[in-house]
Every structure is written in C-alpha cells, then in structure tokens.
Ligand binder design. Structure first.
Ligand code: BGC
Length: 380
C-alpha cells in the first residue's frame, strides 16, 4: 500500500513536471525565410515569416519591405489576416496602391514635384496628378531591400537595408536607409527607421499597411471606431496639397479625439471631405515634444480587435481607402472595393519642403534620421 502511494505521488509529480516542461517548450519566437518570387528583371525576392509565441504571424517580403499578411487574434482567439495585399509578386509588380509597403524617400505629396535646398531647385517625378507622391516612379516600395534576421527569447527582428543613390528619383545625396521590423510577444510590431546622407537632402519615411480588422476583405472599414490624438489637422486643396495653416478639428468631421465610427461623418457636405473623397489628410498629433506617444487607435466591435499606433512623428495620415474601386484583386478571391481598408501612416506633414512653418524634413550629412512607430494589436 505504501509503495503504491509513493508510486501515485511520483506519477502526479512527474505529471506536474511534464506540464512545466510543456510551458517551457512553447514555440519560440521564430523567423522563417523562403523564396517569394522573381521580379520581371530577374531579381530574387524573399519572404520572411515572423511568428511570436502567442500566435501572431507577419509576412514581409524584400520587395518594397512589404507586409503581405499579418494575423491577429479576435476575441475568440482566432488569428486571421488583417491587412490588404496580394498573394503573388507579379500582382505587386503590376499595380498596387502601396499595399503594406515601405514608403520613401518622401511619404506623401510634394507640390508639383519641386523643392529647393540651399538655392538649388530639385525636380521630382510628377506621378499623382500635378504632384509628386510617395517617392516617385520607383520609390522604396518597389526596390529590393537587403535583409538580415535575428531572434531573441521574446522578439523577432528583420533588418532591411537599402542604399538610394545620389539623385535617384531626383533626390540629392546617397541615402543609406535601414528599416527594422521587430515583432514581440505582446503582439506589437515596432518599425524603426534610420537614414544618413552624404549631401543635404529631405527624408520622410513611413509604412503603408491597409488594415481591415474584420479580417473580411469584402467588408468596408466604416464601422471601425477610430481615435486620433490630435487637436488639429492639415486642410488641403483639390490636389491634396496643404493650404498652409492647420485647422482645429473641433466641431468638424475631423474630430476623432473621442472614438467615432469612420463612417459616421464621412459623407457630410464638407469641402475637405470632398477634396479627399473621404478622409485622406494628415493630422497634427498632440504632444509633439514628448517623443514616443499614443497617436491613434482603431477598434472593430464585432471581432473585438483593437489596433493602437504609437509614434515619435509629428503627424499621421489617415486614409480611408477612398481610391480603392473594385479594380484590384483581393487575396481572398474577390476585389478590393472602396473603403475596404484604411491606413494610419505616421510621418512629417505633406509638402513640408515647400512649407516654412512645418516641422523640417531636411537631413544634413553627419546627422542621423531616426524615427519609430509601434503597431499594437489586442482585443477589447
Ligand atoms: C495617400 C492617398 C493615396 C494612397 C495610395 C495615401 O497615403 O494619402 O491619397 O491614394 O496613399 O496611393
């Protein structure tokens, strides 16, 4: 009987030890690399899959540093893809409204593709109506980045590097750029931007993911509840170039200081909404001297998914996917209709090189450009 008791206790103890072992052998944070495709010019493109312990998976390709998929749990713990994009490289090369891409050298618009630095006028591609948009004809979203991956116990990082040559797309200076994506176990993706130049130049880097927290790309994002930590936004003309002054958001459809459905006022008679075909504006974030702080959040009540964005940038472009028009194929089979995705692009203000009163985007040799944004997913 005594022996039996000892046997039972030992089995129970072993059981416990085994359980503990199980906790210790939770899948580690990992990065897997495989080929994604070959570009039309014959260049190899790799895909890196970052996975954390809770189950989030983010796929990033070396073409454009594009986030091609990003899974997040809903309130039942179901991980689903929450970003728009394509399944193949060919689709990205054929036509994309910058789905998931890194944007550079200048995120957003520069009026008429012209700016001056030290009495020299530079001319950039006019690739968006009358203006220059998102770095030009072959911006950072279309180049191949050199990649290096690393993991620790709790984080997976992908370091992407690209050297943009002097006068590439019309911008002065050799710009050595590094963007580091880091996924941690708290379902946070940190995006760190660094750059240096050998001639005075301008830089404004951002990330252009289109989110749909329903994870159903046939649904619009109009029922997402948005918050933006900004008392003012930047009004624009019909070509989406800033008029110059900031405008208070108070008493306007641009007031997202308390959370509000994206669709709540989007169709109101309002010149700014008409110019943007909806929301396509930069908000001047509060607390600009505080460094990293809360910038914006989006909550989707049916799935319970909550996205929070933190940044040290002065602005955030909230774009409600107005130009999506059903002409691009979705990765789940259908097409991307208008407002089936939204972007929260942290950045300096549009057209800053031509606006004296906006925070400067000038980078001098021997200075370091550094900027950081964190996207955090959770459920509520
Ligand atoms: C711009 C939109 C543009 C979209 C895709 C956004 O950052 O603000 O006007 O249509 O990018 O190009």
């Amino acid at each position: 009987m005594r022996l039996f008791k000892i046997y039972v206790i030992s089995v129970l103890l072993l059981g416990c030890t085994h359980k503990n072992n199980k906790t210790n052998t939770m899948p580690p944070v990992t990065i897997e690399k495989k080929q994604f495709g070959i570009t039309k010019e014959g260049q190899n493109v790799d895909q890196y899959l970052l996975k954390n312990k809770s189950g989030m998976q983010i796929s990033i390709i070396t073409y454009g540093g594009i986030i091609t998929s990003w899974t997040a749990a809903d309130k039942n713990g179901d991980y689903k893809d929450i970003v728009l994009g394509y399944n193949t490289l060919e689709e990205y090369e054929t036509e994309t409204p910058y789905f998931g891409a890194l944007i550079g050298r200048y995120g957003n618009r520069i009026a008429k593709g012209r700016f001056s630095l030290n009495d020299t006028t530079y001319t950039l591609a006019v690739n968006n109506g009358l203006n220059h948009l998102h770095g030009g004809l072959k911006g950072f979203d279309k180049v191949i980045w050199e990649a290096e991956s690393m993991t620790s116990d709790t984080e997976a990082s992908l370091v992407l590097k690209y050297l943009s040559k002097d006068m590439e797309e019309g911008y002065p200076g050799n710009l050595a750029t590094t963007v580091t994506y880091t996924l941690n176990d708290n379902d946070e993706l940190r995006v760190k931007y660094e750059a240096s130049t050998d001639k005075t130049t301008i830089v404004n880097l951002t990330q252009h993911s289109y989110f749909n927290l329903t994870a159903d790309f046939n649904k619009t994002v109009l029922d997402h509840e948005l918050t933006i930590n900004a008392d003012a936004f930047i009004p624009v003309d019909e070509t989406l170039i800033p008029l110059g002054d900031l405008s208070e958001v108070s008493q306007t459809p641009f007031d997202f200081r308390a959370s509000k459905r994206i669709g709540q006022q989007i169709d109101e008679e309002n010149t700014q909404l008409i110019n943007g075909l909806g929301y396509d504006h930069c908000w001047a974030l509060n607390d600009q001297d505080k460094g990293m702080r809360f910038a914006a959040s989006a909550y989707e009540p049916v799935s319970g998914r909550l996205l929070e964005v933190f940044t040290d940038e002065p602005g955030i472009q909230f774009y409600s996917g107005n130009f999506l028009d059903g002409s691009l194929p979705s990765k789940s089979g259908g097409v991307y209709e208008q407002r089936t995705g939204f972007c929260l692009e942290t950045q300096h203000y549009p057209d800053s090189p031509n606006q004296e009163d906006f925070p400067s985007v000038v980078l001098h040799p021997n200075e370091k450009y550094e900027s950081q944004t964190t996207f955090k997913l959770s459920v509520k």
